[in-house]
Design a protein around this ligand. Structure first.
Ligand code: NAD
Length: 417
């Protein structure tokens, strides 16, 4: 089992690592390691049986030097203040590495949504939106979906905010349904950037994604879309997993068939004539490409020694602990870091916000083409920095690019009050 590295400590370590390769004042780096503010609140919600339940919830606004705070809202029983702070910090550096004019934020509610009815989840979401209202806004802080939240929750938050503010403000949140001001291409944007990052890193390594064997941990929004798009590029997805277990077929899985099976049964296990694996067996499979697309800390130091993949593209945020990163670097496993690989989500959220502000919709083609341009340019910039510095791996190179941009924005604004 993976260790439970504190994700906030992991973020700070990643920033310190990058600081070693940057000409940055230690006090400026220190500022960039802490959130500007964290809202912690307890939501009292009426359940269907008439009783009340209290849920802890957080919103961290990490850094706004490059633009409004931006980041998803997660519903999970394991949500903690430190996790939310870490995720909000990763958003800052993600937006910087792909040059989206946003800062970083993140939110979460400590809840297992599977235990509650839709009506209870609506009351919970609206209660959170009421608490968030003074802190968010189209030019202030713009939430989005994350684990266990999607269009439904985003529509409820938008509706609550607009009703209380007596206005229309579709740009207050992204990841909405199309009819509520969402963008074409948003649902699959994270998986699409993972596919693009995989294609670019294989190309850089003079390898082909066609015929590459692929394992995907986590078959939710990000993981299942990445699997499908990589299959379309000719990749062979041999193993996938979710919280119920992992399945393996050396001849390649039909990714759409697995997605249908999961929709019908709630799990990937039991699909077709596949072999069942444990989660750790999936993560250590001998494949060309491994995609962790579940939660943080999936690969810790001890598991990293057993990783057999040549390349890892991080769809999840923070799936590799810093200690595991050092092992993988030593083993010459190339890791495309989360802050670039899964940046498609926030990039198309940004496109959604731009469309909302202009009251003008883009076609799906335009969205996908613009996304491809952003990811390819960011990847090229990352390689340039990796080649021109002595950074040990792609993650540190990505943070060097990102931290420099955020530090410049901070210094240009000056420190006030
Ligand atoms: P999701 O809820 O749609 O999917 C998560 C999947 O992970 C589910 O299938 C779940 O069963 C599985 N899972 C959970 N624990 C697991 C375990 N121990 N082993 C195997 N599978 C496990 O969430 P998502 O939106 O796809 O997010 C997944 C990751 O991608 C998160 O780290 C999230 O922060 C990141 N991410 C998502 C987006 C987005 O736009 N959705 C954007 C950027 C990053």
């Amino acid at each position: 089992m993976a260790d439970q590295a504190n994700p906030f400590a992991s973020l700070q370590e990643q920033l310190d690592d990058a600081g070693g390769y940057l000409d940055i004042e230690p006090d400026v780096l220190e500022r960039l390691k802490h959130p500007e503010r964290v809202l912690e609140t307890n939501l009292t919600v009426a359940l269907d049986d008439g009783s009340l339940e209290v849920f802890s919830a957080f919103r961290s606004q990490f850094n706004g030097d490059r633009g409004p705070y931006k980041g998803g809202i997660r519903y999970h029983p394991g949500v903690t203040r430190d996790e939310v702070m870490a995720l909000s910090g990763w958003m800052v550096y993600k937006c910087a590495v792909v040059e989206i004019p946003y800062g970083g934020g993140k939110g979460g509610i400590v809840v297992d949504p599977r235990q509650y009815s839709e009506a209870e989840l609506e009351r919970l979401t609206r209660a959170f939106a009421v608490e968030l209202r003074p802190f968010i806004g189209e030019d202030v802080d713009i939430p989005a979906p994350d684990v266990n939240t999607g269009q439904r929750e985003m529509n409820w938050i938008k509706d609550t905010y607009e009703t209380l503010e007596n206005t229309t403000a579709p740009g207050v949140i992204t990841g909405k349904a199309i009819d509520s001001g969402g963008s074409a291409g948003r649902v699959e944007a994270t998986g699409r950037s993972v596919m693009l990052a995989a294609r670019e890193v294989f190309d850089w390594l003079d390898r082909e994604l066609t015929d590459a064997t692929v394992a995907v941990q986590g078959y939710g929004n990000a993981g299942s879309t990445a699997a499908r798009l990589i299959e379309q590029q000719g990749g062979r997805v041999v193993a996938v997993s979710d919280s119920s277990g992992a399945i393996y077929d050396p001849n390649g899985l039909d990714t759409a068939g697995v997605a249908n099976h999961k929709r019908e049964t709630g799990a990937v296990s039991g699909y077709g004539e596949t072999e069942e694996l444990t989660n750790d067996e999936l993560l250590t499979l001998d494949v060309d490409l491994l995609i962790p697309a579940a939660l943080e800390n999936a690969i810790d130091e001890s598991l990293a020694h057993d990783v057999s993949a040549d390349v890892i593209v991080e769809a999840a945020n923070g799936p590799i602990t810093p200690a595991a990163d050092r092992v993988l670097t030593q083993k010459e496993v190339y890791v495309v870091p989360d802050i670039l690989a899964n940046a498609g989500g926030v990039t198309v959220s940004y496109f959604e916000w731009v469309q909302n502000r202009q009251r003008f919709s883009w076609t799906e083609n335009r969205v996908n083409n613009e996304l491809e341009r952003v990811i390819v340019e960011a990847f090229d910039g990352l390689i340039e920095t990796y080649d021109s510095t002595s950074t040990p791996n792609l993650r540190t190179a990505a943070y060097v690019v990102a931290v420099e941009r955020v530090a410049n924005a901070y210094k240009q604004g000056g420190n006030w009050p």
